[in-house]
Design a protein around this ligand. Structure first.
Ligand code: FAD
Length: 430
């Protein structure tokens, strides 16, 4: 029997999940096809909308800067309303902070920089750079990505409050290469550990042992920042325990991969998808597609153990990510979009893809599909590739998410608009 849905979304990242939710909320029956895990597990878990532009540098309020972006930027296509709709959908899914203002919050990063972001997890809230409380950053000997003394030194240069750093041993007898999810789990469960004090062995809860290890380094700090591993599921409880033991505010500093805040966010989106009755099929790639007599897409084909399985739909959303997510591919000769072979504009001369300077103005991060005002990918003549295909997120061209700090914002806003338009089309042609 043929598998048939109203809207088929390809890609399980923040763009695809937003598109699927948005279409489902229009009343469509939605199928989400995803090959692998999304980049959320690598990302900080912060939701950036727009942190920097070429014209203005640091952006205090993203909504003031949208009209100054180049015409081809995804935010110019979905408009301010699209960006707000993306954030509204996000706020309906995740319990984050930042919705009280349009202005960016300034969050310290594990490298000791300050990052402008639109939404941040509650566990990060006490760490904002706009809060003037003196700060202690704590790293762990075995979590080498976060060098707290180095990060605090870098941060000190940019903030008006006192910040110092300390590295302590993570309490307990964990392997030196223990995954951070294992450490987070131990804090979630408040596991009991054995510690030797004055030659006497004692068993105590790990949260207490951690506070004991940190307390001698406080030196007047009113808040303490840890790498983002303070529990995977009971973070609020872990933070409350540490705060009461340390008599100081406690916060998480967002980390690189694997990102526990990114995983928590993924879980929140998955729960919302289940609630919205989105059918999710993951683990295998979409490799091909079929068209009808009008050259519209009729089905996409998933490869599973050598078998080709078609998923039929009325409307399709391409949300396969950029160069990192495998939504865009490149060889020495050309840049391509692997499923539908949508046109990707790129300079003929490969030397023009990047700048000679490592931190120069490279062209390749902006590679992606061009779209019309309904987010339909355009061919080289500027015509929609297919009447019923829309694109969202990292697969879009015209923006550099890493330089602008706009990754999640573009994915949310274009995902919501693409999903809504797809869902509306289904309602028009039921
Ligand atoms: C290292 C890193 C750090 C980041 N940090 C931040 C940050 O701090 N703040 C922020 O706002 N954003 C950040 N981002 C950006 C953000 O996480 C997303 O990468 C971006 O929003 C793009 O999301 P997406 O959903 O379009 O694509 P992706 O997250 O790349 O997801 C693409 C999905 O499509 C699937 N897919 C691809 N090809 C196929 C196929 N053929 N068939 C089926 N499925 C397929 C993939 O398996 C994946 O599930 C970061 C990204 C990276 C890589």
């Amino acid at each position: 029997m043929a598998i048939e849905d109203d809207v088929v979304v390809i890609g399980g990242g923040i763009a695809g999940m937003s598109a699927a939710l948005s279409a489902a909320r229009e009343g469509a029956q939605v199928r989400l096809l995803s090959h692998k895990e999304s980049t959320l597990r690598h990302a900080s878990g912060l939701v950036d909308v727009l942190g920097y532009t070429d014209a203005d540098g640091l952006v205090p309020n993203p909504f003031d800067a949208i009209s100054g972006l180049p015409d081809e930027h995804p935010y110019r296509i979905v408009g301010e309303d699209g960006v707000r709709d993306g954030l509204d959908l996000f706020d309906s899914v995740a319990d984050y902070e930042g919705a009280h203002t349009d202005r960016n919050a300034l969050v310290p990063t594990f490298g000791g920089k300050i990052k402008p972001t639109a939404r941040y997890p509650p566990a990060t809230a006490a760490g904002l750079a706009s809060d003037g409380r003196d700060t202690l950053l704590v790293g762990f000997e075995t979590v080498v990505d976060f060098d707290a003394p180095l990060a605090s030194e870098a941060l000190s240069a940019d903030v008006p409050f006192d910040v110092h750093g300390a590295t302590v041993a993570f309490p307990g007898d964990f392997r030196t290469d223990a995954r951070i999810t294992r450490l987070a789990h131990a804090l979630d469960e408040n596991e009991r550990i054995e510690e030797s004090r004055d030659g006497v062995s004692a068993s105590l809860p790990i949260r207490t042992a951690l506070a004991d290890a940190v307390e001698p380094h406080l030196d007047g700090a009113e808040r303490v920042g840890f790498p983002a591993l303070l529990g995977e599921e009971r973070t609020e409880e872990v933070i409350a325990s540490l705060e009461s033991e340390l008599d100081a505010a406690v916060f998480e500093v967002p980390m690189g991969p694997p990102s526990i805040p990114g995983m928590r966010l993924e879980t929140a989106f998955h729960e919302a998808l289940v609630e919205a009755d989105v059918r999710t099929t993951s683990g295998n790639p979409v490799v091909d597609f079929e068209t009808d007599d009008d050259d519209d897409i009729e089905a996409v084909v998933v490869e599973r153990n050598g078998a080709a399985i078609p998923f039929h739909g009325d409307q399709f959303v391409l949300a396969t990510g950029g160069l990192v997510g495998k939504g865009i591919d490149s060889t020495r000769e050309r840049v391509s979009e692997p499923i539908f072979d949508c046109y990707i504009p790129a300079p003929d001369d490969r030397y023009d893809w990047s700048d000679e300077e490592a931190f120069g103005d490279h062209a390749f991060p902006r590679f992606g599909v061009d779209v019309d005002d309904e987010l339909r990918p355009l061919d080289s003549a500027g015509e929609p590739e297919f009447g019923n295909l829309r694109a969202a997120g990292g697969v879009l061209g015209g923006y550099d998410f890493a330089a602008e700090k706009s990754g999640s914002g573009v994915s949310l806003s274009t995902g919501v608009v693409a999903g809504r338009l797809a869902g509306e089309q289904v309602n028009v042609n039921p």
